[in-house]
Design a protein around this ligand. Structure first.
Ligand code: RNT
Ligand code: ZN
Length: 423
């Protein structure tokens, strides 16, 4: 598909756009530079439908990947190869986000999740160093026999609870090893599926147990790690009650001074994270944002350049909080080409970041200060039709990635040459 313009045309159109933005007091050159410099953590699990390498059975824990598009990555080498291919389509700084069940112990061996060590991720760490793509990490509290009851860290069964505490402690050590290896702290995000399909009689005991488990897990001081905790309103099979709710983790993260993870798909369908950002930032050291897309009962559709995503990025810009946010993607769609799914979400997020840098925030805020709220609203409306696409093309050109929808051609070629051979 020939949809991208020639570099010369892109430059020409960009010059005009640049002038337009300058009239609003915005440097589009700077916006491009700023947007490219922010790291976006790409989730490994879109590449294989959140299956991992343990052969531990189907995905569980209230999350679901539906579809069977051919070409799923079946091992570390395939997943790394696919990820590298996707990276070449995505402009800007990237990180790669692993789950614990992407460990690669010796051939044919499996290591129990509570015994995982940094050495089981040697291949990932070497790759990360070679590609200069820092890693982030997640303990995996789902798709496991010890999670079959629907409860992990909040379980009333001490055996189960202790197993998962050991797992989480092991994972923090692995994340810390990543951080030291790559010279940049690895984010370690704790999300547990614990909850109940129907109304529980006792809501407080599981929360007490979760609080106590987290206290134990986080008590070890480790270098080069950023701890985060992720809340959720409901999942499939945990419609009535989720132990790790927003209020629970908001309180916990504030008390412990760790990062709070807001996943855009984890709230009531009409509720967005936008208005939570400035409030949370006053009480926690920072936020991890999982960009996803809630659609009816699913919280994990491929993230797009939606109002939700754009508003969130704009809000962070307005709050001057870029240095306190970790940007990450979190979704899984097994019904479409998985490389394209990565590219769609990551390119969209980079677009939203660029758009936020292009906003004439000072001008709009000044109208507000002067009490001219009609000007504030009018400027916000005008911003929607500024020549954004020209700057986006220039950003792609600068980053050396395909412009327009050209990248679909790359994806098709890879599908024919590589993915279609995986049977
Ligand atoms: C699930 C959470 C969590 C997971 C990943 C796989 O609702 O969003 O972040 O998607 O850990
Ligand atoms: Zn998430």
């Amino acid at each position: 598909m020939k949809t991208g313009a020639s570099p010369a045309k892109i430059e020409k159109v960009y010059e005009v756009a640049k002038e337009t933005y300058a009239k609003f007091g915005v440097s589009s050159d700077k916006a491009i530079k700023n947007a490219l410099a922010l790291p976006v953590s790409i989730h490994c699990w879109q590449g294989d439908d959140v299956l991992g390498f343990e052969n531990s059975g189907p995905l569980s824990g209230g999350i679901l990947a539906t579809g069977n598009y051919p070409g799923r990555a079946r091992n570390g080498d395939e997943l790394r190869r696919d990820a590298e291919f996707a990276f070449a389509l995505i402009p800007g700084k990237k990180r790669f986000n692993l789950h614990s069940f992407y460990a690669e112990p010796e051939e044919g061996k499996t290591v129990s999740r509570d015994r995982l060590l940094p050495e089981h991720f040697t291949k990932w760490m070497n790759w990360s160093k070679k590609k200069r793509i820092p890693l982030d990490f997640n303990p995996s509290f789902f798709s496991h026999p010890m999670a079959d009851s629907g409860y992990t860290l909040a379980s009333a069964d001490p055996q189960i609870r202790k197993f998962w505490i050991r797992h989480a402690i092991a994972c923090r050590r692995i994340a810390s090893a990543f951080g030291v290896n790559q010279g940049s702290p690895a984010v370690n995000d704790i999300w547990i599926p614990d909850g109940s399909k129907d109304y529980p009689a006792d809501r407080i005991s599981p929360r007490e147990r979760l609080k106590d488990a987290l206290d134990q897990i986080l008590s070890e001081k480790l270098p080069a790690i950023t701890d985060a905790v992720e809340c959720k309103l409901f999942g499939i099979g945990s419609e009535a009650y989720v132990v790790g709710s927003h209020e629970f983790y908001m309180g916990y993260a504030a008390k412990k001074q760790i990062k709070l993870c807001l996943d855009t798909g984890h709230f009531h369908p009409t509720e967005t994270i936008v208005d939570k950002i400035s409030a949370a930032l006053l009480f926690v050291p920072g936020l991890l944002i999982h960009f996803s897309r809630g659609l009816r009962w699913d919280s994990d559709h491929v993230a797009t350049f939606s109002d939700d995503m754009r508003d969130a990025c704009r809000e962070i810009k307005r709050a001057g909080a870029f240095d306190r946010i970790d940007f990450a993607l979190d979704y899984f769609d097994a019904s479409i080409n998985r490389i394209a799914a990565w590219a769609i979400g990551a390119r969209s997020l980079r677009k939203a970041l660029l758009e936020s840098f292009l906003e004439p925030t000072t001008l709009i805020a000044d109208a507000e200060k002067r009490g001219k709220n009609h000007e504030r609203l009018a400027l916000m409306e005008e911003c929607k039709t500024l020549p954004f696409a020209a700057v986006w093309d220039k950003l792609c050109l600068t980053a050396g990635v395909p412009t327009g929808a050209e990248w679909l051609g790359n994806v098709n070629e890879y599908e024919q040459k590589v993915l279609s051979k995986r049977k």
